[in-house]
Unconditional design. Structure first.
Length: 133
C-alpha cells in the first residue's frame, strides 16, 4: 500500500528541489524562479496526488517564499491591510481600518520567519544577528 504524503511534506520536498536547481544561476530573475518552481512541482512524483488548484497554490506559495516576503506577501498585497505585526512564527496580526485581528497566516518554523527578517533587514542595508537584534 502506498503512503500518501501531506501537502506540507510535498511542498517541503519541492522547495528543496527548487533551491538545489536555482544554484546553477548566479542571480535568477523572477521568471527563472517561477519556471523552476513549476518544473519541480511537475517532476515531484508525490505532487501528482494534488489537484491542479493545489499545485497552483503551491507554486504561488513557493515563489513568495523564495522571491517575496513569504506568507506575509498576500497581506502586503491586500490594500485593506494597513499594518502587519509579527510576534513570532504563529502570531501574525493585522490592522484593517481601526481594528486589529489575528491573521490566519503563520510561519511554519522560526527559521522561515528569520529568513524573512533577514530579507527585510538587507533591503534597508541592515544586518540582523545576535549582536544587532
Amino acid at each position: 500500500m502506498a503512503i500518501t504524503k501531506s501537502y506540507a511534506e510535498i511542498k517541503a520536498a519541492v522547495y528543496l528541489s527548487v533551491c538545489d536547481r536555482l544554484l546553477k544561476y548566479s542571480a535568477p530573475d523572477d521568471e527563472q524562479v517561477l519556471k523552476t518552481v513549476r518544473e519541480c512541482i511537475i517532476a515531484d512524483k508525490d505532487s501528482t496526488s494534488l489537484t491542479p488548484k493545489l499545485r497552483g497554490q503551491m507554486s504561488h506559495e513557493l515563489f513568495n517564499r523564495i522571491r517575496r516576503l513569504d506568507v506575509l506577501q498576500d497581506l502586503l498585497d491586500d490594500d485593506s491591510v494597513t499594518e502587519i505585526m509579527v510576534n513570532g512564527p504563529g502570531n501574525v496580526f493585522i490592522e484593517r481600518g481601526s481594528g486589529i485581528e489575528r491573521s490566519d497566516v503563520y510561519f511554519e518554523t522560526q527559521r522561515q520567519l528569520e529568513q524573512v527578517i533577514q530579507r527585510l533587514a538587507s533591503g534597508v542595508g541592515r544586518e540582523m544577528n545576535d549582536l544587532n537584534p
